[in-house]
Design a protein. Structure first.
Length: 191
């Protein structure tokens, strides 16, 4: 099992490695179909739901820069981070979009595509957004990962912004080597 998610209500969703490969390839193909490519920032505003991880891995497959946004952020912190990142895509839930993004949409000039996770009837009530599940269903589950250079941008994380304007910290693809070593030491060996 690659990923097991259990909702607050106890609903369980399991993903095998094959499922995860296929779903992340579908997401990469969705990005490609939208004209989003190498080095283009893809922001995700969501809790720890499967779509967060699928979007992260799919964005990396596509050569895009994954930018996670903390779901507890208010509208202003979201606005500043999306604008600093110059995110072309935002993936979020229909509920988070309505509460935190919809009212400030016109102040996000780089944002071309908003992909919403949620029930189709709820998403269809909103303008200027697309239903992620529909896009994923129509996307191919095969994707050829382009060659990346170790110094190509991969992740854009932001500082908390508690002492001023948040600052972006760019991580390149090669940084995964250090993340792997740190995780192995801290989470596995521990000695």
């Amino acid at each position: 099992m690659a990923l097991r998610w259990i909702s607050k209500e106890g609903v369980r969703r399991d993903f095998t490695y094959t499922d995860l490969r296929d779903e992340t390839s579908r997401f990469a193909n969705v990005l490609k179909s939208l004209g989003v490519g190498k080095s283009d920032p893809v922001a995700v505003l969501a809790g720890r739901i499967p779509e967060l991880y699928i979007a992260a891995l799919g964005a990396l497959k596509n050569g895009s820069v994954f930018t996670p946004l903390f779901s507890a952020f208010g509208p202003e912190p979201i606005q500043s981070r999306v604008n600093i990142a110059r995110a072309r895509v935002l993936v979020t839930t229909d509920a988070l979009y309505r509460r935190k993004v919809e009212a400030l949409r016109t102040s996000l000039p780089s944002l071309e595509h908003v992909l919403l996770i949620g029930d189709l009837p709820q998403v269809q009530k909103l303008s200027g957004v697309r239903h992620l599940c529909t896009l994923m269903t129509d996307a191919d589950c095969r994707f050829s990962i382009p060659v990346t250079d170790p110094e190509d941008a991969a992740l854009l994380h932001f500082t908390s912004g508690t002492t001023g304007k948040p600052k972006g910290a760019m991580h390149v693809h090669q940084a995964v080597v250090a993340h792997h070593a740190t995780a192995r030491f801290a989470l596995v060996d521990g000695s």
